[in-house]
Design a protein around this ligand. Structure first.
Ligand code: WT7
Length: 658
């Protein structure tokens, strides 16, 4: 066990909720009892927070487990629930989004504005031939049109596939092809780090390889020149001139709402499929419960990008279905200065802030004097998501952003779970820094050993989910087998579960003496870099696609800021020059090659050119040893290596090759 982990598990501090918050909390302790007494009745009540066009006949159909159907027979429209019903209830003038561009330009959208633009976009998409069930790829910067594009798809029953704007042309191509998207919605570019950053050329490159794409809808954001083809349409000439009249049709509760790709243990990302009724029920309820969101008075801000599931569930669907007022920000936290986030909190009087540990650690590094320069007194609740938060960062967050008073909710969930699963309830839980604490009402999670048996308090093992939940993934797009293999075959419906299906999350976890859950990071070959899921295999195949690389191995090494950082070991091909300047150049080329192939977030922190990789006799690369090297530890057991001298060569080379 690493030292950091040992410290984590010795953490004993506990922070009760502020009395006033506890007294007025949306969700109180009785929710746990209610859900435990009758889980399906509990979720049925939460579904009732939404507006349905047709009531369901059955809460859960699990007869074809692990393929779930929730709210069977029910019908609703997601966009109606996020927009129309608020406007119809007389809240059309309420601000939905305070948007702030990176250069400092701002736009405000009321619910009526957002409704109008979404109706126009729905009409424009329909005019382009998009019908219910078609797939639409969305590749946009953090501009309000991103939310509008998603809602317009939902409104007409088209399934969106949002691709993070930082992904490369290859990554975009693969995702468009996998889903056979008919339309791509993009922009000329967005602003990042003080400069326009183009998106359209990447789309052009991808679309050239994607015959399924019939039309490309382009938002003008940066005003830079773009190449133009007959498939391209300007957003302002199509959407903004379309009729604002549009009646939302209800769709089946199990109608596909979106696909979102996430990294797995092979190089090919998985298209996680989410559907309509259960997804909206749980994202909406958890926004209400975990963030204690009061739509009349709160100003909510989630700093995630819409390209990740956090943006889907906690910028678009959760907050808007609750009628929240929120902030949306286009850019980076240090442009034009390191106080940018706090300036925004101060300007819009943000009350609820939801961000990631990597950002908190960056803020710690920059120093508490920076947030101290702003008025953060509007804040009343802080959230964290994406990776385990170390107690130091948790305490710093509470101390320097939360005045030493505010509750911090550390929320565990995944692209696959669709919504928050394990988290404190801010008005109930006495939170421990570094622990996600307990499953939310209606969720059954456990920590089990290798055999799938529940571990006692104090024990560690694998995190599993033991009962189906409304916002669970329904399958991997086009690949039911992969869905079964990845999530349901490890513990399946085995003897230790009494024959019930058990979902394997891929995370290591521990139960402390009070039974509270501590997440310990991934147990598979998925790295968490700044909270983003990147598979080791994905980076390895990008490296070996370079003509100078014969073989490569990639590990996630602990990094003080990004959580894990990508460290790669590459065996150059015979002819490649590896010494001195030529070696340095090759390393630089390889880092850029990975960034170009997968996107800048996958650029390795460090690449080492090595003559061999450590392998077992059966030929399996021993990543554990490479991690030891990357984290500057003395090597563990090397006796199973085919050739133990390999590690000496690699360790000797570790000094150079940065
Ligand atoms: C993986 C899922 C959930 C949205 C963002 C990431 C890790 C996420 C926590 C947390 C410890 C966490 C897990 C999980 N993770 N939140 N609060 N504590 N680990 O979604 O890209 O699907 O990644 O992120 O390892 O399996 P994702």
């Amino acid at each position: 066990m690493s030292e950091a982990l040992a410290n984590l598990l010795n953490e004993t501090r506990q922070f009760p909720p502020p009395a006033e918050l506890a007294a007025n909390a949306n969700v109180k302790a009785d929710a746990y009892d209610e859900a435990a007494a009758d889980r399906l009745a509990f979720w049925e009540r939460q579904a009732g927070r939404l507006t349905w066009a047709k009531q369901w006949d059955q809460v859960l159909d699990w007869s074809n487990a692990p393929f779930a159907k929730w709210f069977v027979g029910g019908q609703l429209n997601v966009a109606y629930n996020c927009l129309d019903r608020h406007v119809e209830a007389g809240r059309g003038d309420k601000v939905a989004i305070h948007w702030e561009g990176e250069p400092g330009d701002t736009r405000t959208f009321t619910y009526a504005d957002l409704h109008r633009l979404t109706c126009q976009a729905a009409n424009a998409l329909t005019d382009l031939g998009v019908t219910a069930g078609d797939r639409v790829a969305i590749y946009l910067p953090m501009i309000p049109e991103a939310a509008v594009a998603m809602l317009a798809c939902a409104r007409i029953g088209a399934t969106h596939s949002v691709v993070f704007g930082g992904f490369s042309a290859d990554a975009l191509t693969n995702r468009i092809q996998d889903a056979s998207a008919k339309v791509v919605i993009t922009a000329d570019g967005g602003f990042r780090r003080g400069k326009p950053s183009a998106l359209k050329p990447t789309v052009d490159e991808a679309v050239a390889k994607c015959p399924s794409v019939e039309h490309v809808l382009v938002v003008r954001r940066t005003g830079e020149d773009v190449a133009w083809s007959e498939k391209d349409h300007w957003w302002h000439e199509t959407v903004e001139t379309a009729s604002p009249e549009h009646t939302a049709q209800p769709f089946d509760a199990e109608h596909p709402l979106f696909i979102l790709y996430t990294s797995g243990t092979t190089a090919r990302p998985k298209g996680i499929l989410h559907t309509t009724g259960g997804y909206l029920t749980q994202t909406s309820y958890t926004t209400h419960a975990v963030f204690d969101l009061k739509p009349e008075t709160d100003v909510y801000w989630c700093t995630a990008d819409i390209g990740w599931v956090t943006g889907h569930s906690y910028i678009v669907y959760g907050p808007l279905s609750n009628g929240a007022t929120q902030v949306m920000y286009e850019g980076t936290p240090d442009t034009p200065h390191k106080g940018r986030l706090w300036e925004i909190v101060d300007r819009y009087k943000v009350t609820i802030l939801y961000t990631a540990p990597t950002l908190i650690r960056t803020m710690m590094k920059w120093g508490e004097d920076i947030p101290a320069g702003y008025d953060l007194s509007s804040l009343r609740l802080l959230g964290s998501v994406g990776e385990p938060i170390n107690p130091e960062a948790w305490i710093w967050y509470r101390q320097h952003i939360g005045r030493g008073e505010l509750p911090v909710v550390d929320t565990w969930w995944q692209t696959e779970t669709g919504a928050i699963m394990i988290s404190p309830l801010p008005g109930v839980t006495e939170a421990k820094p570094g622990s996600a604490m307990t499953p939310l009402p209606g969720i059954v999670a456990d920590v089990v050993d290798d055999q799938g048996a529940s571990v006692p308090n104090g024990g560690g093992g694998y995190l599993v989910l033991k009962e189906p939940w409304p916002s669970m993934l329904r399958t991997v797009w086009g690949d039911d087998n992969r869905f079964l293999e990845t999530y349901w075959s490890r513990f399946g419906a085995g003897a230790n579960s009494g024959g019930d299906w058990v979902y394997f999350a891929g995370d290591g976890a521990k139960k402390d003496d009070d039974g509270h859950i501590w997440l310990l990071g991934r147990v598979d070959d998925v790295m968490l870099v700044s909270g983003h899921n990147i598979s080791t295999t994905e980076v390895e195949s990008a490296l070996v696609s370079h003509p100078s690389v014969a073989e490569a191995a990639v590990v996630g090494a602990t990094d003080p800021t990004t959580g894990q950082a990508i460290v790669a070991f590459a065996i150059p091909r015979g002819s490649a020059e590896t010494g001195g300047e030529a070696g340095e150049q090759l390393i630089a080329d390889l880092r850029n090659h990975v960034a170009k192939t997968l996107g800048p977030i996958a650029k390795p922190r460090q690449i080492m050119l090595v003559p061999e990789l450590p392998k077992t006799r059966s030929g399996k690369i021993m990543r554990r040893l490479l991690r030891d090297v990357a984290e500057h530890r003395s090597l563990g057991d090397v006796t199973t290596l085919q050739d133990s001298s390999v590690m000496e060569l690699i360790s000797a080379g570790m000094g150079g090759g940065k």
